[in-house]
Write a protein that binds this ligand. Structure first.
Ligand code: FE
Length: 214
């Protein structure tokens, strides 16, 4: 429960906006859980999940500032919510200027939606001899765009901030507790290195305080 001392005294201030906005993330989490209750078909999950994620990122008024902070040296991966059965997780990625990932895979389905700024996603395929080949596709994703990854639709890529002088933020949802999934980064020869990402934060947003109507 919020205490009186933490309640915003004037509607419209920053705290009020954040508190009202978190309801959007709560709604997304609830809708996604309902989707996963209704189907295990990946195609359907990606299609319907993309619509839910598009709706979430259409408004940039809900992500608390603590989960939008860039780090000077490396991109940040903040856990926003993990399903209690670890069927899915929601993460904010914050890319500072010049920051990006190594080439990596996911091993589960994932949806990436750009909330702020822009990012470039370069796709790779693994060839018969184990080496990686760029597909030639570099997706330029601007705010509002959603992209899917999975072993079925293409799972290996590298991502970088496409805005040279400001942070970019994307909201990701994956079909597992992604920070705990054992996966790999790759060099261009295709040599895989074991990788478990973890998360940058040890507290998550409070989606469940309903004392403020939102
Ligand atoms: Fe990725």
């Amino acid at each position: 429960m919020a205490t009186l001392a933490t309640l915003p005294d004037q509607p419209g201030n920053d705290q009020a906006r954040t508190r009202a906005g978190i309801g959007r993330l709560r709604g997304f989490v609830t809708n996604l859980a309902e989707l996963l209750d209704s189907t295990q078909d990946e195609r359907e999950i990606l299609e319907s999940g993309a619509k839910l994620l598009s709706r979430l990122i259409a408004q940039d008024d809900w992500l608390p500032d603590a989960f939008a902070q860039a780090h000077p040296d490396r991109y940040q991966q903040y856990l926003l919510h993990c399903d209690s059965r670890e069927r899915f997780s929601v993460v904010s990625f914050v890319w500072g200027p010049g920051q990006g990932t190594p080439i990596h895979d996911h091993r589960v389905w994932g949806l990436v939606g750009v909330l702020r700024g822009a990012e470039a996603s370069e796709r790779f395929v693994r060839q018969g001899d184990g080496t990686l080949r760029p597909t030639g596709t570099v997706d330029m994703l601007h705010a509002g765009a959603v992209e899917a990854v999975s072993p079925r639709v293409g799972d290996i890529h590298r991502v970088r901030n496409a805005v040279p002088d400001a942070p970019s933020i994307s909201i990701h949802v994956y079909g597992a507790n992604i920070g705990a999934v054992e996966r790999a980064t790759y060099d261009l020869d295709g040599r895989a290195k074991r990788f478990v990402s973890g998360y940058a934060n040890d507290v998550v947003p409070n989606l469940w305080d309903r004392s403020n109507p939102s």
